[in-house]
Write a new protein. Structure first.
Lengths: 291, 258, 312
């Protein structure tokens, strides 16, 4: 049952995309900014997890939590320092700033520690379990479990807590939310914190699963996670999850068919098809400019 | 030959499930000056947007000068001879006053892309003609002295006038004015009324205008259509509209018609 | 005719610059290292100006310009190395195919706006790069060996033609149509401008000259590889346009010249270069989002005295 195995690989990859895509989609939903630096927060998360495990001898879960916390702080700092002033700027100015922040993070990391990759230490037992004749690594299952828990947690925060309600209100209409007494600035910061924490978690999971991390590792998964967010309908949380999983599975299938060099192109082909055929994505709503 | 310039038959549009405008029947004769009034949110601007191709009506047909407008894009509608102004002024803010008019004059010029890139004689001739014609339009509106200023630096009233000048430069048969007097003081409004009457005669225009200023509408329009909640509730001469109970009811609490 | 005065002024200036530089090269003042920087500068100016017509003039946010540069580079390299054609023919071939690629990419994606367009162009550029990566005929990931044929003269003539064509285009009814799209697409449409047509025209012209730049680039080094044309290259080009001023041709040119010199000095410190670039990008966007020149041209700086009186 090689196909089942490939499907599990695809879902594992897809759940990493989904975790990153959630941050993209939440931030876009609330301030209409494609946060290009998000992929680099993912990279920082992977490195924080690496240092926590390799240097401080922590286990997987403590490393995951430290990485998520630090990434949340980094996300808030990025928002406060670079993006906050741009709330009323043009979309182009905001996008260029985001590109700038992304490059700054990447090359600052390279400046201080060089561009060489690191090998992630093995923190999770890696035994193969045989299900329906397919051999599936225990890591894959662990990753899936962690992702599902984080997503349930996110759904809980967004739908059941006060800050989640505030986030939904601000993304619907920031001015009206402000008039209703919601602290818009804090809500936006909270969105960045949550999104960045998820990216941090994705970074650690990526490191454990693929074992190789380097300072530019965030670029491509970041772009692909954005594709996932667009595919699912940008601004939609379930959309990001579904989009991430679909993209992961599609990429794995393309590789499995023997076209691994074309794998990266698959994501962009999907992006362009979805942008041209249904720009609002699977779960998105249509927006119309007022004349 | 028929005197009819534009007809709208059972025109309507839906946004999602909401019927913003429905069952609008309208006709405009050549040379008429018609008003379109109604309370806020009645669908006046939406109707304009359907007439100019910005929105595609989901029902009904619009015919202009013998041609069906349904399915045409705004620039195609403009080429056929309908041009407009916007409720919330949409000038090209960072272009000069002259260039704003030149953009609208675009379709009257013939020189090709290649002629411009290679700077062929036809380019220079074409551009010189555009410049001359555009300045003529500015003169009518008393804007020629500001031709090199950026549009955004003009005072508000001048910006409204420039928008009309720009619309006129597109060589329309039908001019749609969306609240041309909004935000103007009584003196400016008075001048504007005279100006509208003048250009109508000078350029042999048909004009449809949305306006909240009842003095202006009642004063210069020959016929008036009244929209409320997306439907036409009345049409007729200013006198008839003034005494129409439905209109008075629609406007109750909005403003007084005198 | 003040416009034609600027035109002749530009030609004279170009001839003077060429004569001076050529004199310095013949006199041995500029060695190969400096000549190479000059060629690099010319390539970057062409890239900057060709992106300027898309972003600065027409207001369409493309971040995939390196893709078209790649098309020009690879097609011209095939022309000289595989088909044995001369460099000028190769440059034209590269540019034409690149313009066709621009047309193909532009027609579907220019219906999109703002962020979505940006991402779509980035996606297309990556697809173009991945195609070259997978075609063994052009060497795949290892790249393609290309003979060094570019001279300072080719590069300079390329710049002059690029600037002339794009300036002529911009200062015409066609260019005004494009600018009106940048200013307000809905109003532009309502004034009778076929916005889709002009967006595609600007995009195609931009791709054409990115192709010229790519062709000259390909023949200036000994090898071209797909990784050269990744989105970092696209961002490099974007920085010229943004820093110079969105809408200013001279601004984009000046930024390209300035940043080429900065790059040359920081050639041994690529990380530092990128940190400086990114900081400049962020700071410019936060404090002067219109770029250094805004939409102004360098020529208008000399007219200030005359214009001051007519303020409303």
């Amino acid at each position: 049952m090689e196909w089942l195995q490939q499907l599990v690989n695809g879902i594992s990859l897809g759940s990493i995309y989904a975790l990153i895509a959630l941050g993209y989609t939440m931030v876009y939903g609330i301030i209409k900014l494609i946060n290009f630096a998000h992929g680099d927060v993912f990279m920082l998360g992977a490195f924080i997890g690496f240092y926590a495990i390799a240097r401080w001898d922590l286990g997987f879960f403590p490393a995951l939590i430290i990485s998520m916390l630090l990434c949340a702080i980094i996300g808030v700092i990025i928002e406060r320092v670079a993006y906050k002033r741009l709330r009323n700027a043009t979309r182009i100015a905001a996008l260029i700033t985001a590109i700038g922040v992304s490059l700054l993070i990447e090359y600052t990391v390279i400046f201080f520690r060089g561009a060489s990759p690191e090998a992630y230490p093995e923190v999770l037992p890696n035994t193969s379990i045989s299900i329906l004749g397919a051999s599936i690594s225990s890591q894959s299952i662990m990753i899936l479990a962690v992702t599902i828990v984080l997503m349930i947690l996110l759904q809980f925060i967004v739908h059941k807590t006060k800050i989640g309600k505030a986030m939904r209100a601000v993304s619907h209409d920031a001015d009206a939310a402000r008039l209703m007494g919601i602290n818009v600035d804090n809500t936006i910061s909270a969105t960045f914190a949550i999104g960045s924490a998820l990216a941090g978690a994705a970074g650690v999971i990526f490191g454990v699963y693929y074992t190789r991390i380097e300072p530019l590792m965030g670029v491509l998964p970041g772009l692909k996670a954005f594709v996932a967010a667009v595919l699912g309908g940008i601004g939609s949380i379930p959309g990001a999850m579904v989009g991430g999983l679909v993209l992961g599975v599609v990429e794995t299938i393309v590789s499995a068919l023997g076209y691994s060099l074309w794998r990266d192109a698959a994501a962009f082909v999907i992006l362009i098809l979805i942008l041209i055929l249904k720009p609002s994505g699977i779960f998105g709503k249509n927006a119309r400019e007022k004349v | 030959m028929s005197n009819l310039l534009l007809t709208a038959e059972k025109v309507g549009i839906q946004f999602g499930g909401l019927k913003a405008v429905q069952n609008v029947n309208m006709y405009l004769n050549k040379g008429e000056l018609i008003g379109l009034i109604g309370p806020n949110g009645a669908g006046k601007t939406t109707t304009f947007n359907m007439l100019t191709g910005v929105y595609q009506p989901t029902e009904g047909t619009i015919t202009f000068d013998g041609k069906k407008l349904n399915g045409l894009k705004p620039f195609q509608v403009t080429k056929l001879g309908i041009s407009r102004t916007f409720q919330n002024i949409r000038l090209f803010k960072d272009l000069s006053v002259l260039d704003n008019v030149k953009v609208a004059n675009h379709n009257l010029a013939k020189h090709s892309l290649l002629a411009s890139i290679l700077r062929l004689p036809s380019h220079f001739a074409g551009e010189a003609k555009m410049e001359k014609e555009s300045i003529e339009f500015l003169k009518i509106f008393g804007l020629d002295v500001y031709k090199d200023e950026l549009a955004k630096n003009l005072p508000y009233g001048m910006q409204r006038r420039l928008e009309i000048a720009r619309a006129l430069a597109a060589n329309p048969k039908l001019l749609l004015l969306d609240e041309p007097a909004a935000g103007m003081n009584p003196q400016e409004t008075h001048d504007l009324m005279e100006l509208i009457a003048f250009i109508r005669k000078e350029f042999d225009l048909t004009i449809l205008l949305i306006e909240h200023d009842m003095h202006l509408v009642m004063g210069i329009c020959e016929r008036i259509y009244v929209l409320d909640h997306g439907q036409l509730i009345a049409d007729g001469t200013p006198e008839e509209i003034r005494n129409n109970p439905k209109v008075i009811e629609a406007y109750l609490g909005e403003e007084v018609i005198d | 005719m003040k416009k034609s005065k600027a035109f002749w002024g530009f030609l004279v200036l170009a001839l003077v610059i060429y004569a001076v530089v050529q004199g310095m090269i013949s006199g041995g003042i500029l060695d190969l290292y400096y000549q190479n920087i000059l060629i690099q500068m010319c390539i970057n100016i062409m890239l900057a100006v060709s992106l300027h017509i898309v972003i600065g003039v027409t207001g369409q946010f493309s971040i995939g310009h390196a893709g078209f540069m790649a098309v020009g580079a690879y097609i011209s390299a095939i022309a000289t190395m595989k088909l044995g054609l001369s460099l000028p023919v190769a440059i034209i071939m590269g540019a034409v195919i690149s313009a066709l690629a621009g047309l193909l990419v532009g027609i579907p994606s220019l219906r999109l706006k703002g962020d979505y367009l940006a991402i779509a162009t980035l996606g297309f550029a990556e697809i173009i790069r991945i195609i070259f990566l997978n075609v063994d005929y052009v060497g795949g990931a290892a790249g393609m060996v290309v003979t060094n044929m570019t001279t300072w003269t080719y590069a300079f003539v390329g710049v002059v033609i690029t600037i002339l064509v794009i300036a002529n285009f911009t200062n015409s009814r066609h260019g005004r149509g494009c600018i009106s799209i940048r200013e307000d697409e809905i109003a532009s449409d309502a004034m009778g401008i076929n916005t889709t047509y002009y967006k595609v025209v600007a995009f195609t012209i931009g791709s054409f000259f990115a192709g010229v730049a790519g062709a000259i680039y390909a023949h200036n080094f000994f090898i071209i590889q797909p990784t050269t044309f990744n989105f970092l290259k696209s961002f490099d080009i974007l920085i010229y346009v943004v820093l110079g001023g969105l809408g200013s041709l001279s601004g984009a040119t000046i930024a390209a010249i300035f940043l080429t010199i900065v790059s040359a000095y920081l050639a041994n410190f690529p990380e530092t270069r990128m940190i400086i670039y990114s900081l400049v990008l962020i700071i410019v966007m936060l404090y002067r989002p219109t770029g250094l020149m805004g939409t102004k041209e360098i020529t208008s700086l000399f007219k200030f005295g005359k214009k001051g009186g007519s303020k409303v």
